[in-house]
Design a protein around this ligand. Sequence first.
Ligand code: 13P
Length: 259
Amino acid sequence: FPYTTLFRSGILQAAAELKKPIIIETSEGEANFAGYQIFVDTVRDLADELGIDVAINLDHGKSLESVKYAIDSGYSSVHIDCSAMKKEENIALTKQVVELAHAHKVSVEGELGYISGSSEVHEGEQPRSEIIFTDPKEAADYIKETRIDIFAGSYGNVHGIYKDEPKLDIERIKKISELSGIPLSLHGGSGIPEDQIKAAMNAGICKINVNTEIRKAYREALDKALKSKNAEIVPYKYLPEVIDVVKEVVKKKIILFSK
Ligand code: 13P
């Protein structure tokens, strides 16, 4: 119940208030927690009720099995992340996913290079030595061979918020965009300064993933609500203010990404 309420008011209502379409994603972990089918049904019902267009994406799918679950449950796109594999293995699995997904009119996001970190607030500085930057020529070959629809690259972006800011390699994004000709996605959208977001969008970024900033806002607002109403046990009495905080975070992102 609290989980669906988070989507209802925090994310989908932000899109509804601004009359914008939105992409809502789950990782495999989130989908396992909510239930793939329950998640899709809930989001589609809420989107219909609010009158908004919503795309539902599996984020960082790691296997053909989870991609199949997502497709069978009605996700409209899947991200297959084989970036930890050798390039040949990445290409082979991505091709299998594309074949399956396209047969169901589901689009595919593929990845090459390594985007490090996780969607959390980290203690230290960015793990720059872990980043494996995407080579533009290799990306173009990978995209051509796998026939993916959108590409997630590593251009200085990392997952999560660190003490220091990321420094995106805008020229690299531009080059990959020019050579590949398909939309590019930017993972690790939390904590990236606005000017870098704008420059990345101008260079070819069409989809931006934001997680940590939303998780952080949700958790801090929940702590605050529980503290101020510490005897309250009724979720619909302490959750509305939490949902409003999430909604405002998402609205700011939609406005920034629509400019
Ligand atoms: P952040 O947690 O840094 O926003 O990244 C989210 C993401 O890229 C999920 O794939």
